[in-house]
Design a protein around this ligand. Structure first.
Ligand SMILES: N[C@@H](CCC(=O)N[C@@H](CS)C(=O)NCC(=O)O)C(=O)O
Length: 189
């Protein structure tokens, strides 16, 4: 146990078999949110973004060097949205019972990753996240333009229903919302 982050345990209870690595100020927030929705106890190791690609202990868990990672009874998984799909399926929560609903949960998760994340991240970086000296107004404008299409798609999907799959909150909503957590704040100022 050489690294300090290994000693930080949140949502405490010792002897638990599920662990999530990654600070909540990162994409690990998605998996942390999901784990809370599952109402299962877990240990949180809030590993910093700057450390995950360099820490040999962490690299031995997730060779990709990115956060989050899940360790569940010895099973290791990376990729935040895949972690969430695994947890939903395993615990049978936020997971539709019908195959079509399950397929749509995959569809929205892949859509979020492929179509929403990149323009959202670029827009947030150049609007808020980067130090002011590194922000590029033209880049932010380009990102806003690129965001329009996925946002229109979401508007359309939610026009006649409160959640993406209908009347129940599912992993599809959590994954899409988890990709764009700051969107309402950014849009509303
Ligand atoms: N597609 C991955 C992306 C993970 C990712 O890039 N996480 C960032 C933090 S938000 C990270 O680990 N950055 C550190 C690095 O790439 O060195 C996922 O959703 O889990």
């Amino acid at each position: 146990m050489r690294a300090a982050w290994r000693h930080v345990i949140c949502f405490c209870n010792f002897g638990l078999s599920m662990e999530i690595y990654g600070t909540s100020y990162s994409r690990a927030l998605r998996a942390l949110w999901m784990a809370c929705e599952m109402e299962v106890e877990f240990v949180h190791h809030p590993l910093a973004v700057e450390r995950c690609a360099k820490d040999p202990d962490y690299l031995s868990i997730n060779p990709a060097g990115t956060i989050p990672a899940l360790v569940d009874e010895g099973f290791v998984q990376g990729e935040s949205l895949a972690i969430n799909l695994y947890l939903a399926r395993k615990h049978g929560r936020l997971w539709p019972e019908d195959e079509q609903g399950q397929a749509l949960s995959l569809q929205w998760s892949f859509w979020g990753q492929a179509s929403l994340e990149a323009p959202y991240v670029s827009w947030m970086e150049h609007g808020q996240w980067l130090p002011e000296a590194l922000r590029d107004a033209a880049e932010q404008k380009r990102a806003a333009q690129a965001l329009q299409r996925p946002l229109d798609r979401l508007e359309q999907a939610l026009r006649d229903r409160p959640y993406l799959l209908g009347h129940a909150f599912t992993v599809a909503d959590l994954n899409v919302a988890g990709i764009s957590t700051r969107l309402p704040h950014a849009v509303n100022g």
